[in-house]
Design a protein around this ligand. Structure first.
Ligand code: ATP
Ligand code: MG
Length: 420
């Protein structure tokens, strides 16, 4: 992508009401635009990152047998009445249709997925299975002050699993837990993300959250450093020690809930009268699990964790581009421009994801500052100085070391690095 063609600009003025670090830096660097509190547009860079995160999640959900679907965002009131949540779900956006019927904007999808699964499930032969979607959710969040971490409109991956009995639900629940950690590893959050015991509601003792430690977090957790587990502050009175080793000295930390998995058991299947026939011909209730994760919240969390005072430092797997190529040409037709243009085309042809700063009339300092702000993993610079030696300057965003590579070798070197 040529930066000169980009319709968005870096270093714009910030909205006055934006106090969260992640949204401030993402707005300044041109990843998102704020429309209203908790409501953001994803611009070209931001959408690239969001799609990368979503695709990592998608791959891991497919790997545990999840079948992708896309449910409606507009959901009829009747379904929410069936489960008693039309009144009880505080954050639900409720609205009237022209036909005098009422609707809710989807805040979660048990009310849609349960009757959907029911239409296709008759006997034990259909069980177990799992479906998921990556979809925009709406919640009337009272406090929308954490940028992408708490949107009123946000992206969620929600997977639902259906089982013949509790044992099978428990089996799958563990598999899903592992898949969640693979996602956190790939997006660069594994070392500070803890499986956290949280309240389970009426149908199971606990639910499990995945909490990423950062000062930006709105939650408080208590970590057992021996077991790498945590307890959410909401249940610390009932669960004052480590649920695994019973250690009492737990470390308090602020954290963001990046995922939440729940054994719903029969909470929703009862409401919809969702039964199946077992091998002995008996009528049995379907057991359900739900598994939520927020790609947009993950994006905000990655930024909170991976940055310095100059800008974002993207982990390679979710970076908008692997490479940021800077041309320090004095004029659009000089030999520096020509060499940088040629290198850009070669990189694109080698399938390397590259952002090319081909803008005219900016100082080297301005281009360096923008590159640090945007945070691509590798910066390449072509200038009079590097050309004099037939070389390109190469520097990683997360290191201060500057190296020089031969101009005619650079595509080969980076091709290797990019696929590693
Ligand atoms: P929280 O306790 O933070 O309000 P929640 O427990 O209500 O979240 P779930 O209903 O379990 O969240 O949603 C599943 C996942 O969706 C969460 O783990 C989180 O990653 C994401 N998510 C939930 N609410 C938001 C939001 N307002 N903005 C962005 N992501 C969200
Ligand atoms: Mg929660």
């Amino acid at each position: 992508m040529r930066q000169s063609q980009l319709f968005t600009k870096v270093s714009r003025e910030l909205p006055k009401d934006e106090t969260s670090y992640n949204a401030q830096i993402l707005i300044r660097a041109g990843f998102v635009d704020k429309l209203a509190a908790g409501i953001y547009t994803y611009l070209p860079f931001g959408l690239k990152v969001l799609n990368k995160i979503s695709n990592i999640i998608r791959e891991e959900m497919e790997a545990i047998g999840g079948q992708e679907i896309l449910m409606p965002g507009l959901t009829p009131k009747e379904n929410w009445e069936t489960t008693g949540r039309w009144e009880k779900f505080d954050a639900l956006f409720r609205l009237k249709g022209g036909d005098e019927r009422e609707y809710a904007l989807g805040a979660t999808h048990e009310e849609v997925v349960t009757p959907l699964a029911q239409k296709h499930t008759f006997s034990y032969k259909e069980l177990p299975f799992a479906v998921y979607q990556i979809q925009t959710k709406f919640r009337n969040e009272l406090r929308a002050k954490a940028g992408l971490i708490r949107g009123r409109e946000f992206l969620m991956k929600d997977l639902y699993s259906f089982h013949a009995d509790e044992e099978d639900l428990n089996r799958y629940y563990k598999i899903a837990q592992k898949a969640y950690f693979r996602v956190f590893e790939r997006v660069g959050l594994l070392d500070r993300t803890y499986l956290t015991f949280a309240s389970g509601g009426a149908f199971s003792r606990y639910s499990h959250e995945f909490q990423t430690v950062t000062e930006a977090g709105e939650d408080t957790i208590y970590i057992c450093d021996d077991c790498q587990l945590a307890v959410n502050a909401e249940i610390i009175d009932e669960q004052p020690n480590c649920p695994n080793c019973e250690k009492k000295e737990l470390r308090e930390a602020g954290a963001v809930e990046v995922g939440n998995i729940f054994k719903l058991r029969s909470r929703f299947s009862e409401a919809f009268d969702f039964y199946y026939t077992n091998e002995a011909g008996e009528r049995k209730i379907v057991e359900m699990g739900c598994y939520g994760m927020g790609p947009s919240r993950l994006l905000g969390t990655v930024v909170e964790v991976h940055h310095d005072d100059r800008g974002i430092i993207w982990p390679e797997a979710v970076a908008p581009f692997k490479i940021h190529l800077l041309s320090l040409a004095a004029r659009p037709d000089d030999r520096v421009s020509e060499a940088a243009n040629k290198l850009y085309v070669e990189l694109v042809n080698s399938q390397v994801e590259v952002l090319y700063d081909d803008r005219n009339g900016l100082s080297a300092g301005e281009k360096f500052a923008a590159a640090d702000l945007i945070g691509c993993p590798i910066r390449l610079v072509v200038s009079e100085k590097t050309l004099a030696q037939k070389k390109v300057e190469i520097k990683k965003r997360n290191s201060a070391k500057v190296e020089f590579v031969d101009l005619d070798r650079v595509v080969r070197v980076l091709g290797n690095q990019a696929t590693r």
